[in-house]
Design a protein around this ligand. Structure first.
Ligand SMILES: NC(=O)c1ccc[n+]([C@@H]2O[C@H](COP(=O)([O-])OP(=O)(O)OC[C@H]3O[C@@H](n4cnc5c(N)ncnc54)[C@H](OP(=O)(O)O)[C@@H]3O)[C@@H](O)[C@H]2O)c1
Length: 326
């Protein structure tokens, strides 16, 4: 099939949303773009640090990295669950190099401790993946008093990235990957609206705004880290059947049902971004689905909000909320 036919079908899928985000999208694109199988890739001697690997997509990705021979460090909020996950992954993959550190990604103090542990264990880190995420209907606050969605999915990952830069630079060419969501397409970039108050909190909106901020921050990090040989990308997994979706979106899960992707399908692009040659992924800072870079906006209103000034404000906001610049 010629390239332009493949591009046309891909564009039609993307336009339809449902065709793109469900398993229809990954099944068709796998054939159209002749995806190479990733199972034979090796990551021996590479260190992968990943948040949110005790469930769903993260668990599936950690299993893939374990099978590839990587040293995998899970950052998890529940020590017992992390220990059980590591034991399960060691058993499944035959790879003993699976460890964990404990922190809630919304707890800046715990993240500082976890980062120090990681740096002590690994002078060089090759892949850092910000995957932990949840859609919470009830507003909660982090130990530092921030709304928990934005604390755990924006401010915490921002801090963790900063703290691990020395090891990522030592591991260069290295990369930082962010698992965002197609839900971000619905929300503008608005720093003032990012942290939702008790009176206006809505879990779906807070989640989508945090996911929009992740994608923008990934772009901003890409520019800042390029000289150190660290690439930064964001991606979204489409719609995949995970415990998180079953818990937070039970009705959506029933409606989309068998069209949901498997977790393995959902993480294919994430695993690919972690193992692909750096040159093939340049320029750094893009947003991916199904192994292709995707548009940052689908709506004129969100596109209008995405100005250089607002991007700069987001960076300053993340710095100040993470305590990196007061
Ligand atoms: N599944 C989808 O269709 C879909 C679509 C778009 C985006 N995503 C994104 O993909 C990522 C993985 O989601 P999933 O569907 O695999 O959900 P999941 O099954 O609920 O897994 C989420 C993982 O993140 C961890 N986590 C959540 N909040 C955390 C926190 N504050 N601190 C530390 N760890 C935390 C969870 O830990 P515990 O085990 O302790 O709960 C779990 O390991 C999320 O970022 C989500 O937004 C998923």
């Amino acid at each position: 099939m010629t390239r332009w036919i493949a591009d046309g079908i891909d564009a039609a899928l993307e336009w339809s949303v449902v065709g793109s985000f469900t398993r229809i999208g990954s099944a068709l694109r796998r054939r159209l773009d002749h995806w190479t199988a990733l199972g034979q890739r090796r990551l021996d001697g590479r260190v992968v640090v990943m948040t949110g690997a005790t469930s769903g997509l993260g668990l599936e990705a950690a299993r893939a990295f374990g099978r590839m021979g990587a040293t995998v460090e899970i950052l998890a909020r529940n020590a017992a669950k992390a220990e059980a996950t590591c034991a399960e992954l060691r058993r499944d993959t035959g790879n003993p190099k699976l460890g964990f550190v404990v922190a809630d990604t919304g707890d800046l103090v715990a993240l500082g401790r976890a980062a120090a542990e990681l740096l002590a264990r690994h002078p060089a880190i090759h892949v850092l993946i910000h995957n932990a995420g949840a859609l919470d209907d009830v507003r909660q606050t982090s130990p530092q008093g921030l709304e928990a969605t934005v604390a755990s999915q924006v401010v915490g990952p921002f801090l963790l990235t900063s703290l691990l830069v020395p090891a990522l630079a030592a591991g260069a060419p290295s990369r930082v990957l962010w698992v965002s969501s197609g839900g971000m397409y619905s929300e503008p970039l608005s720093v003032d609206q990012l942290e939702m108050s008790a009176s206006d909190y809505d879990g779906t909106t807070a989640y989508a705004r945090a996911k929009r901020a992740q994608v923008t921050l990934a772009e901003l990090w890409a520019t800042r880290l390029a000289a150190k040989g660290i690439s930064v990308h964001s991606m979204h997994p489409g719609w995949a059947d995970t415990p998180g979706v079953a818990r937070s979106l039970p009705r959506f899960r029933r409606v989309v049902g068998p069209l949901l992707r498997t977790p393995a399908d959902g993480v294919d692009t994430l695993v690919w971004l972690a193992v692909e040659d750096d040159a093939a992924l340049q320029p750094s800072g893009r947003f991916w689905l199904d192994r292709r870079p995707r548009a940052l906006h689908r709506l004129a209103s969100t596109r209008r909000s995405d100005t250089p000034q607002e991007r700069e404000r987001l960076w300053r906001w993340a710095e100040s909320k993470s305590g990196l610049r007061i």
